[in-house]
Design a protein around this ligand. Structure first.
Ligand code: FES
Ligand SMILES: [Fe+2]
Length: 503
């Protein structure tokens, strides 16, 4: 039967008459065509989902089925279609979303968020819940999922008048978070809280004492500190080393946006998880390739007055990239920044993509698009944090040079920016932004790199003169428009054999 646009199915079971939505919550096929077994179990014959008609519980499949109370009065069947109170419906959606989240059931996550929106709930609750369900399950702290959430939120706000695109933002953020904690247990944080003290906090991070650093953030929050009160310490912690391939600093720029947009309730989960990321971050300045980083930092300001130009870094290895940066350190940091940024874009424009197809390479040759995109996303974070805390420019700029240097061996001498842009780079950026919503990438790690690189470049282009902005957009277009090989079956086999042979 159809009531107020709703199709209700009635079943005459051995336990009495039962009523439920006729649309299967899986893909909407009619449940009236389903089969009812003796114990009041309804099977949807399309994909075999099974429901208990007494409660609506899902016994096989995913979502619950909406059932309705039935009363038989004489030869009349009465179905109570009264809506449940808001709080009950909201709790039901949250329960279902949690189940979908725990299974990383992408389509179901999409449906549950759509239900939350239809119900009139705050759509951003999906993200708050995703944080709540994940922050203690990220064993090593922040992942791209949280950073991506901040970027998706930027697009969510930008496309405020498009329900479908907004749902993409929520679905991708929630889905990515679910994926990153799939089958993970909880790794609880220390419960202690002590007063926040910046030097002591930085010292705790330095000696990888998560409990002490966490206690100080807890204490700070207890004492009413806001993210802005922690931000300098976090930026210093992130740049204290060439940390986590630049991610630590990128995350510092994202956490503030997330807290601002989602509210203070996400501050503790996100900040504690970020502390954990600082503690576990790889400190690549300690490996031999980057041994010149410490001396370059010590020599900062002893520039020989060289004027920075982006081409100075093209195809220069780490040592030269660092010494060139020091030689230019007499220039204004903003000027040096722009040239290093463009240098990183030139790296991306000249990435030798045939590297992706090489089989017989050592692990140090496992260099792909994402290594190049990091030079740019990290740069974006450097500009933001070093503008706020100018004492960090030397670390930020030298680490940008590290990206240039480490990628140099995988670039070609020639590159062509002009063939990768149209005559309207603003339009190019708009097109790429729209493409992000239908990226088609199976791996979150890839889609999130497309997203964060595109958003970083959009922001940087606004800060640059046109001729430099064009280089960035060309690099982005080349990244988006080129083959991206992620799985290297033969290379992995080759490297495994090589590795084991040396054991
Ligand atoms: S539509 Fe019912 S199980 Fe798929
Ligand atoms: Fe990354």
């Amino acid at each position: 039967m159809r009531v107020a646009g709703k199709q209700i199915a009635l079943f005459n079971t051995s336990e009495g008459i039962r009523a439920c939505d006729n649309r299967c919550p899986h893909e909407g096929y009619p449940l009236s065509q389903g089969s009812v077994s003796n114990n009041c179990i309804l099977t949807c014959n399309w994909h075999n989902w099974k429901f208990d008609l007494n409660t609506g519980e899902n016994l096989y499949g995913g979502d619950k089925l909406r059932t309705y109370p039935v009363a038989v009065r004489g030869d009349e069947v009465w179905v109570d279609l009264t809506e449940l109170p808001y709080a009950e419906r909201y709790a039901g959606v949250v329960n279902n979303l949690h189940a979908a989240f725990n299974d990383h059931s992408y389509d179901r996550i999409g449906r549950e968020i759509a239900r939350l929106i239809r119900l009139g709930g705050d759509p951003l609750d999906a993200l708050r819940l995703a944080i709540d369900w994940s922050w203690q399950r990220m064993e090593f702290g922040w992942t791209h999922a949280y950073a991506g959430m901040a970027d998706w939120l930027t697009l969510y706000d930008e496309f405020f008048d498009d329900d479908e695109l907004q749902l993409v933002c929520l679905l991708e953020s929630t889905g990515h978070t679910a994926f990153d904690v799939l089958r993970e247990r909880e790794y609880p944080f220390a419960e202690e809280a002590t007063a926040f003290d910046e030097p002591a906090f930085l010292a705790a991070i330095e000696i990888e004492d998560e409990a002490a650093a966490v206690a100080m953030v807890r204490g700070g929050l207890r004492d009413g500190l806001q993210f802005s009160d922690f931000e300098r310490a976090f930026a210093h912690a992130a740049l204290a080393h060439y940390n986590a391939f630049g991610h630590s600093l990128i995350y510092v720029t994202k956490v503030g946006n997330l807290i601002r947009r989602l509210g203070h309730e996400v501050a503790e989960p996100l900040l504690l998880s970020l502390v954990r990321e600082f503690v576990y971050a790889a400190r690549e300045d300690k490996i031999p390739e980057f041994k010149c980083y410490a001396s370059a930092l010590a020599d900062w300001g002893k520039g020989s007055g060289i004027v920075p130009t982006a081409d100075r870094w093209h195809r220069r290895g780490i040592d030269t990239a660092l010494s060139t940066t020091v030689a230019c350190s007499g220039a204004k940091p903003e000027t040096l920044y722009r040239e290093l940024l463009v240098a990183n874009a030139i790296s991306m424009l000249s990435y030798n993509i045939s590297q992706q197809d090489k089989v017989h390479v050592s692990v140090s040759g496992n260099v792909g698009w994402l290594d190049f995109s990091h030079g740019l996303t990290f740069a974006n974070a450097v500009r933001k944090q070093c503008t706020r805390f100018p004492e960090l420019w030397p670390q930020g700029l030298l680490q940008m040079a590290c990206f240039n240097g480490r990628n140099a061996a995988f670039t070609t001498p020639e590159y062509d920016a002009a063939c990768w842009i149209s005559d309207d780079i603003k339009n190019d950026l708009r097109k790429i932004t729209r493409q992000l919503f239908d990226h088609g990438q199976d791996e979150y790690i890839v889609s999130i790199h497309l997203l964060k690189t595109a958003l970083a470049i959009r922001e940087e282009v606004r800060e640059l003169p046109a001729h430099q902005g064009e280089v960035l957009v060309a690099a982005l277009n080349r990244f988006v428009g080129s083959p991206l090989k992620r799985k290297h079956t033969r290379r992995t086999a080759f490297q495994s054999l090589q590795f084991v042979a040396k054991e």
